[in-house]
Design a binder for this molecule. Structure first.
Ligand code: ZN
Ligand code: ZN
Length: 203
């Protein structure tokens, strides 16, 4: 992948085609080409037929809370969903800003499964991270939020990517893979999901 992959309309097939027409539309804001490539590589674990990436030029000021100095994650998720151009696609907004959803002080991401939309916020993931650590955090949070879109709930297994992360330490502790139960649940929805997402050592 190179930086061209971030241009509108570029189609990026998974490593095998014909997977039930699963399409991801990614709307990125403030990410480097390398970070966008990480998102694409991550989404390919789900074996989509197509991934389309658009770079957002701006986020409407209306979603910015001037008192909190953060974006309203709920409103952003609904807005990003409204940018969908392909019917039935799963939309991922990945934004280099800080956001909250009451009553939480901040969020790493939020998904609205009823709207087929997931969002991930990158600003806090950058804190204290090397390049590789940041890319690993992005991978985990993208899979976590997309997992919610597919109906997966939070996990008690701290290694499972579906465990809830309250802090960067939590993010770093978990894997980007899923426990047996969550992987099985996902596979029911997505029979061709990549085995790379299965946490083999989990109990
Ligand atoms: Zn979650
Ligand atoms: Zn799990």
């Amino acid at each position: 992948m190179n930086s061209e992959s971030s241009k509108r309309g570029r189609l990026l097939a998974g490593d095998s085609a014909n997977y039930y027409g699963l399409v991801f539309e990614v709307f990125a804001y403030g990410l480097s080409p390398e970070e966008v490539d990480e998102v694409i590589n991550t989404l390919n674990f789900f074996r989509p037929e197509k991934i389309e990436v658009s770079n957002l030029k701006e986020i409407p000021e209306f979603f910015f809370d001037l008192v909190r100095r953060q974006y309203n994650g709920f409103l952003i998720a609904k807005w990003v969903s409204s940018l969908r151009t392909i019917r039935n696609s799963i939309v991922l907004g990945i934004l280099n800003v800080d956001a909250y959803v009451s009553p939480l002080n901040f969020i790493f991401g939020i998904a609205l499964p009823e709207l087929n939309v997931a969002t991930v916020y990158v600003v806090r993931l950058r804190i204290g991270s090397s390049k590789n650590k940041l890319l690993a955090r992005i991978r985990k949070e993208v899979i976590h939020e997309i997992g919610h879109v597919f109906g997966l709930r939070h996990c008690q297994n701290k290694s499972c990517v579906m465990s809830f992360s309250n802090s960067l330490a939590d993010v770093d502790e978990k894997d980007f893979k899923m426990c047996n139960a969550h992987y099985a649940e996902l596979k029911k929805r997505l029979p061709h999901v990549g085995e790379e997402l299965l946490l083999r050592s989990s109990a």
